[in-house]
Write a protein that binds this ligand. Structure first.
Ligand code: EPU
Length: 420
């Protein structure tokens, strides 16, 4: 499937932000830890979330659609020890099922999880494996396939040598039902982690410190079910804000979001000279006088999100001056900048972690292929700001994380079509 985009259309109107992909993906494995149903609302209809539901169903559990955006998920009978390879290959957060399976069955087997190719080589899972080992699990690795066994996991003191959102969430979730106390140190602090911890505590878990670098979990015997409302997707909100900020003829209201989750972006917007107004749950973007260049360095939350680096790189092609973009989390995430140069941008790749964008430059429509999710959406943004027609192939990558992006952007007046 492809997007066909005719750029330079004025953007006017309102756009709603969906539920957070990276929060949604973490709730499905929680269904394995309670025998009561969980009613999840504000569920984004995106490919990765559909794959997470398919894993739950393949394992023998139930996913019932109540209405659009609302699902009821429920533990049934656990079928086998194997996580389905074809689904695990599709997204990295599938690793969230490992801990709950180990708790339920004492054994789990799975291939190396998939996801965006944004790191050199395969994205490692050593933090997860080391933590499970520390809690008493045995780990066998053969031909990129893992088998974990543990009669009973025990609470442990775990220091993450790198900050990882999913490793923090996986261990925080699993240890809710592990005997004794677990202390997780050097944790990620993203809002999605706080939201998950609040939900688990509502179900009877004893988690303290989520949102800080040290999280303590006291194991309990069982968890209840309940209602979970997925928080708004801060990456989607920030991406829409940058798309609007880069457009000359604009008046856009981005609704159903939480601007408090994007403080690092607002501080940069002030330096760049973007004309924006925030409310508790919306962002209004108005025409800016002149955009100025500004350097960024990506950082774990609450710093500037790596997931917003690609749209920011596009935005800087429209700003006056030179901006240094320093990507510190992933070593292949800046390579997409080469595609922007094909569109007319003036970008110098200093090394895999740093590019210099010299602006402003005109961008021109081209035939492109989306390399991954966040680079893909940045190419959509570049195409909307470009002169002429752009074709973007491999949009499954974009559909993995953005619900009906074409339909929603058309609502703002963008000229974007989907071709099968
Ligand atoms: N890492 C290890 N070993 C591990 C796990 C991670 O060395 O066992 C390293 C990675 O190599 C990387 C860093 O730790 O340098 C973080 O990596 P990871 O892939 O674990 O990322 P994460 O923190 O779980 C989440 C989001 C990412 C987002 C980052 C921001 C999910 C499912 N993914 O990843 O989202 O970029 O936080 O820090 O929540 C996306 O949505 O496009 C995306 C990639």
């Amino acid at each position: 499937m492809k997007f066909i985009i005719q750029g330079k259309k004025p953007l006017k109107g309102e756009i709603k932000v969906s539920g957070s992909k990276n929060a949604a993906l973490k709730i499905f494995p929680v269904a394995l830890l309670t025998r009561e149903p969980i009613r999840v609302s504000n569920v984004p209809e995106i490919e990765d979330v559909l794959r997470a539901q398919e894993i739950l169903i393949a394992l023998g559990h139930e996913v019932k659609k109540i209405k659009n955006g609302v699902l009821e998920i429920r533990f049934r009978n656990q079928k086998g020890f194997d996580l389905p390879a074809d689904l695990v290959n599709k997204f990295r957060a599938s690793i969230m099922f490992v801990g709950p399976m180990l708790i339920n069955l004492g054994k789990v087997s799975f291939p190396h999880p998939g996801g965006c190719v944004i790191g050199a080589g395969i994205r490692p899972i050593d933090l997860f494996l080391d933590a499970f080992k520390k809690m008493g699990a045995k780990v066998k690795i053969k031909d990129n396939h893992y088998e974990l066994t543990a009669k009973k996991l025990k609470g442990a003191n775990i220091f993450f040598s790198k900050i990882s959102v999913t490793a923090t969430e996986s261990l925080m979730t699993t240890t809710c039902l592990v005997q004794g106390e677990t202390i997780l140190k050097n944790c990620a602090m993203e809002p999605e982690i706080v939201s998950l911890a609040e939900y688990l505590n509502g179900c009877g878990a004893k988690i303290s410190g989520a949102g800080t670098p040290t999280i303590k979990i006291k194991g309990v015997k069982r968890l209840r079910g309940g209602k979970y409302k997925i928080i708004p997707d801060r990456i989607e909100a920030g991406t829409f804000a940058m798309l609007a900020a880069g457009s000359a003829n604009v008046e856009v209201l981005i609704k159903n979001c939480d601007p408090a989750h994007l403080e690092a972006l607002w501080q940069i917007f002030d330096k760049v000279g973007v004309n924006y107004v925030l409310s508790k749950d919306s962002i209004r973007i108005l025409p800016s006088k002149k955009l100025l260049s500004c350097d960024i360095t990506t950082h774990e939350y609450p710093g500037f999100a790596t997931d917003l680096q690609s749209p920011y790189t596009v935005l800087m092609t429209q700003a006056h001056g030179s901006s240094l973009i320093h990507e510190t989390i992933y070593d292949r995430r800046l390579l997409f900048a080469d595609i922007l140069t094909q569109m007319g941008a003036n970008i110098i790749l200093a090394d895999p972690h740093r590019v210099v964008v010299n602006g402003p430059t005109k961008l021109y429509g081209r035939k492109l292929v989306s390399p991954d999710l966040r680079a893909g959406v940045a190419l959509v943004m570049a195409a909307l700001l470009a002169h002429g027609r752009t074709e973007i192939d491999n949009i499954y990558q974009i559909d993995r994380g953005y619900e009906k992006l074409d339909e929603r952007l058309r609502g703002l007046g963008a000229d974007i079509k989907r071709l099968a």
